[in-house]
Design a protein around this ligand. Structure first.
Ligand code: FAD
Ligand code: DHB
Length: 389
């Protein structure tokens, strides 16, 4: 098999890249180890920045997102028994949309297949070869048969655990930057009406909690937990008691309960691996970087990486120039480091750290007070959250 760009991974990064390239007449084949049903069913991100919505809309895959996604003009910070609104629209002129990642994936897969795009699901033994040459290729097993794709370029969009990053040449010269947090998030999906019109990020001595939504009838809630805990240790009653405790307030607001139909625990890390390119292999999305979910940036970063990478590939195929491609990693990393900084800041601001002294706990509370009392600090937070620059 031959294609112009071989794409490893059918997550948001890989599928969007494939579609953006298709719109420019550039061919690609996408490979994924998982089945289409598994990909469709993975519950992950929910928050899309305006820039992400713009990219999806311009690529012709934004219709359902605009119709079914919920536009949010602000969110709330809750601490000390009170809720404080961060007016995203008023402070930045921009809003965010809550539209689940697996719906974005469904829209992208449908668009790729409608355009006769090639996505090979359930492949195994994926290996990258000759990535430092101008004739790289990928080998894999599909439907029990050994296969090979020859390409001009390989895009590694296979997430944190994929094969692309370890296949980058000059491993000894790679620099990995990493921070692992001593807590995780317990996530649940609940059948109920929304408890709040906007997302609530809550700081509490018992730990962080987040009230998010999926639809008028399904809600997404998270709370800080031990990353090694097991969902089986958490009965529904225990989960509700913990959430009510962390979301306690003096203004009469109450979390709505409902039937919990999904529980999962995720670990949290900050991670950047550089460089993002070597020879004809380019990394994009979680393959190159991870943010803790508190800032809601992971999916948005995957989209912004791919937008820059697609521009580089378009320039190459249009004019033969590699200028944009050569600058891809450097340009992408500028935004990535800012998002890493914001995600770390939000995580530090809102979670309970077991080793914090009483002094450090007061500093955390004072920092939150500063934000909700200073339009300048609130604006800076809002700008980062909506991805204003
Ligand atoms: P992935 O989505 O990980 O896709 C990689 C794909 O590659 C997968 O389909 C995988 O099966 C495939 N693959 C792996 N190995 C191989 C291989 N060897 N060969 C072929 N294919 C392979 N981000 C936000 O922006 N906003 C949020 O609100 C948000 N909330 C989150 C909440 C949670 C609970 C979690 C876990 C994440 C959240 N994120 C959020 C992060 C976001 O989900 C990720 O950053 C995003 O999925 C990255 O997309 P990707 O395409 O780079 O990688
Ligand atoms: C969701 C996830 C996040 O990480 C976040 O910051 C906000 C919302 C969500 O899954 O809805």
């Amino acid at each position: 098999m031959r294609t112009q760009v071989a794409i490893i991974g059918a997550g948001p990064a890989g599928l969007l890249l494939s579609h953006l390239l298709h719109l420019q007449g550039i061919s690609s084949v996408v490979l994924d180890t998982r089945s289409r049903a598994d990909i469709d069913a993975t519950i992950r991100a929910g928050v899309l920045e305006q820039g992400t919505m713009d990219v999806l809309s311009a690529a012709g895959v934004g219709d359902r997102m605009r119709k079914e996604g919920a536009l949010h003009h602000g969110f709330e910070l809750a601490f000390g028994g009170k809720r404080h609104r961060i007016d995203l629209l008023g402070l930045t002129g921009k809003s965010i949309t809550v539209y689940p990642q697996h719906e974005v994936l469904k829209d992208l897969i449908a668009a790729r297949l409608a355009a006769q795009g090639q996505i090979l699901f359930e492949v195994s033994d994926v290996a990258l070869h000759e990535v430092s040459s101008t004739t790289p290729y990928v080998t894999f097993t599909h439907g029990g048969e050994a296969s090979r794709i020859d390409a001009d370029f390989i895009a590694g969009c296979d997430g944190y655990h994929g094969v692309s990053r370890p296949s980058m040449p000059d491993q000894a010269k790679r620099q990995d930057y990493q921070k692992i947090y001593p807590f995780g998030w317990f996530g649940i999906l609940v059948e109920s009406a929304p408890s709040s019109e906007e997302l609530i990020y809550a700081q509490h001595d018992r730990g962080f909690a987040l009230v998010s939504t999926r639809s008028p009838t399904v809600q997404r809630l998270y709370f800080q937990c031990d990353p090694k805990d097991n969902v089986d240790n958490w009965s529904d009653d225990r989960i509700w008691a913990e959430l009510h405790g962390r979301l306690e307030n003096h203004d009469g607001w109450k979390l709505k309960e409902g039937k919990i139909f999904q529980k999962n625990i995720i670990g949290m890390r900050s991670f950047v691996s550089a460089p993002m390119q070597a020879g004809r292999l380019f990394l994009a999305g979680d393959a190159a970087h991870i943010v803790p979910p508190t800032g809601a940036k992971g999916l948005n970063l995957a989209v912004s990486d791919v937008k820059v990478l697609a521009q580089g590939l378009e320039q190459f195929y249009r004019s033969g120039s590699e200028t944009l491609l050569q600058g891809y990693g450097e340009q992408a990393l500028k935004r990535i480091w800012r998002a890493e900084c914001f995600s770390w800041t939000m995580t530090r601001l809102l979670h309970t750290f077991a080793d914090h002294t009483p002094f450090e706990r007061e500093m955390q509370r004072a920092e939150l007070e500063n934000i909700v009392n200073s339009p300048a600090l609130a604006t800076a937070l809002a700008e980062n959250y909506v991805g204003a620059f």
